[in-house]
Design a protein around this ligand. Structure first.
Ligand SMILES: Nc1ncnc2c1ncn2[C@@H]1O[C@H](COP(=O)(O)OP(=O)(O)OP(=O)(O)O)[C@@H](O)[C@H]1O
Length: 472
């Protein structure tokens, strides 16, 4: 077995064609479905309280009435970059007339993937370093990647495209250099993240996903391998190789993505931008408990788990995770797409607000349940106005349910601070519980029997822990 973190993108060994290629007996979860299909072919041929209350209100009234899923359609195949390059900025157009070597010194390979390799490159003008991704021409998705990167470039959470060059065989995408590695590598080191940390990572990611969706783009391959970090640790979403533009009236089709992160509806037919929320939910699960939610020994068993396995929040590491965190994971990993949260709704979820809202302070909290990160510094501070507003809305009885309170362990904090904290958290949880008791939701992906402790080949078995699959 091999840990996910040790695997560099593109460094994966593709399954040998000498083996008989059967998804039933052989699984390569680190390969995207695209890789999988390609390999199959190859082998044949070679993102407080008001908002929180508003959140519940929307849920009860039917958040579930999520906006109609975006209708999406793929660009007609075989349209060349020429038409698409029309929307690409001048800085990237002139590059077509020059060779990349005239402007940049190309250096060492820093990554590789399904469509080509990524090398370090240095501007001959000012010595600035960039990453240059070479994409071999010939595949429609390659053309789409260039166009979509240009379309999205400029957002702080997306790798900036600096210039595009091309020759007869390839496109050369000069991008900002993310020298901090991949989130996956950080996860391999960190293993489990505190709820505070996980919530902040998820918020950053979902803000970018929201931007993509607002720009009518579905990424379709959200996973920690595709989240890069800058030297200062800023997260940047990368790899738009499987991304598609959406237009009204049509749903997306095409089985693409990476097996462990793929949404169930991708496997069964038509789908929407909500597939990115599912994948982000898988990532949140991994951040919180260091295990992928859906796994198996074969590709078929992974897909079977994605389609049918229930989440188990009662056992293992989940026992130390707060109810609001579990609530969010369940709402993101809900198979009923109409009920699955949108990016906006994830960003408005009480758990995200609690850990990331400025009015609540940037405290990291220790839960009574024993979340492993202790508050580093400031206690939770809540402005009196906010508290009184919250007090009005507390449902009777919830404060007595101390099993869900986040209580400060810092004795220097005043009684009222602790009470305020408890108030906020109890309410947050209460809200979540009200919402999750909605019949339609409990049916979906609710906690039930334990996940089968089978491991994908990219998940390390922890033999000291009842064969729990420990990812990363
Ligand atoms: N801007 C960048 N800065 C630093 N490293 C990068 C950058 N872009 C890509 N890389 C490295 O190159 C690897 C492959 O890049 P990318 O994911 O864009 O390629 P890909 O061919 O689409 O890969 P995949 O086969 O996983 O879809 C990344 O995992 C990362 O390690």
């Amino acid at each position: 077995m091999e840990t996910l973190g040790k695997k560099r993108k593109g460094s994966e060994m593709l399954p040998s064609c000498r083996r008989s290629f059967s998804p039933i007996t052989v699984v390569w979860p680190h390969l995207s479905l695209e890789d999988y299909s390609r390999q199959k072919r190859k082998c044949k041929e070679d993102e407080v309280l008001k908002v929180a209350v508003a959140f519940v209100t929307r849920v009860v009234k039917g958040i579930a009435i999520a906006p109609p899923c975006g209708s999406a359609s793929l660009e007609p195949p075989n349209r060349g970059l020429k038409r698409k390059i029309g929307c690409i900025e001048a800085a990237t157009q002139f590059g077509r007339k020059k060779k990349i070597e005239q402007d940049y010194d190309l250096g060492a390979t820093i990554g590789s993937g399904k469509f080509g390799s990524v090398v370090l490159c240095r501007s001959k003008v000012n010595g600035e370093e960039f990453a240059c991704k070479t994409l071999r021409k010939g595949e429609d998705l390659v053309h789409q990647e260039v166009e979509i990167m240009q379309h999205l470039s400029g957002h702080p959470g997306i790798v900036t495209l600096k210039a595009v060059y091309e020759d007869l065989k390839s496109f050369f995408l000069v991008m900002e250099l993310c020298s901090g590695g991949r989130l996956l590598d950080q996860m391999a080191k960190e293993r489990r993240y505190s709820e505070y940390h996980a919530a902040n990572i998820l918020k950053e990611l979902v803000l970018v996903i929201k931007y993509c969706h607002d720009m009518r783009v579905v990424h379709r391959d959200i996973k920690p391998e595709n989240i890069l970090l800058t030297a200062t640790g800023q997260m940047k979403l990368a790899d738009f190789g499987l991304a598609v533009r959406m237009s009204n009236g049509q749903s997306l089709t095409g089985v693409v993505g990476s097996p462990a992160y793929v949404a169930p509806e991708v496997l069964t037919g038509h789908y929407s931008e909500k597939v990115d929320i599912w994948s982000a939910g898988v990532l949140l699960h991994a951040l919180l408990v260091s295990v992928l939610p859906f796994h198996g020994d074969t590709l078929d068993s992974v897909f079977e788990a994605i389609k049918n396995a229930d989440l188990d929040f009662e056992n293992g590491a989940w026992r130390s995770i707060s109810q609001p965190a579990r609530d969010l994971v369940a709402r993101m990993l809900t198979r009923d797409v109409s009920v699955r949260l949108t990016a906006d709704e994830v960003l408005g979820h009480p758990w995200i607000l609690f850990h990331t809202e400025a009015t609540l302070g940037m405290a990291s909290l220790e839960t009574k349940m024993g979340n492993h990160e202790k508050p580093a510094s400031p206690q939770l501070t809540v402005s009196p106005g906010v508290v009184s507003e919250r007090s009005k809305m507390i449902p009777n009885g919830f404060l007595n349910d101390d099993s869900f309170l986040f209580l400060s362990s810092n004795s220097s904090s005043t009684r009222s601070e602790v009470q305020d904290s408890a108030l906020v958290d109890a309410l947050t949880v209460a809200i979540s519980r009200v919402a999750i008791s909605e019949p339609k939701r409990t049916r979906l992906c609710g906690p039930s029997g334990p996940i089968q402790q089978e491991c994908s080949s990219n998940i390390k078995v922890n033999n000291n822990n009842n064969n729990l699959c420990t990812a990363f």
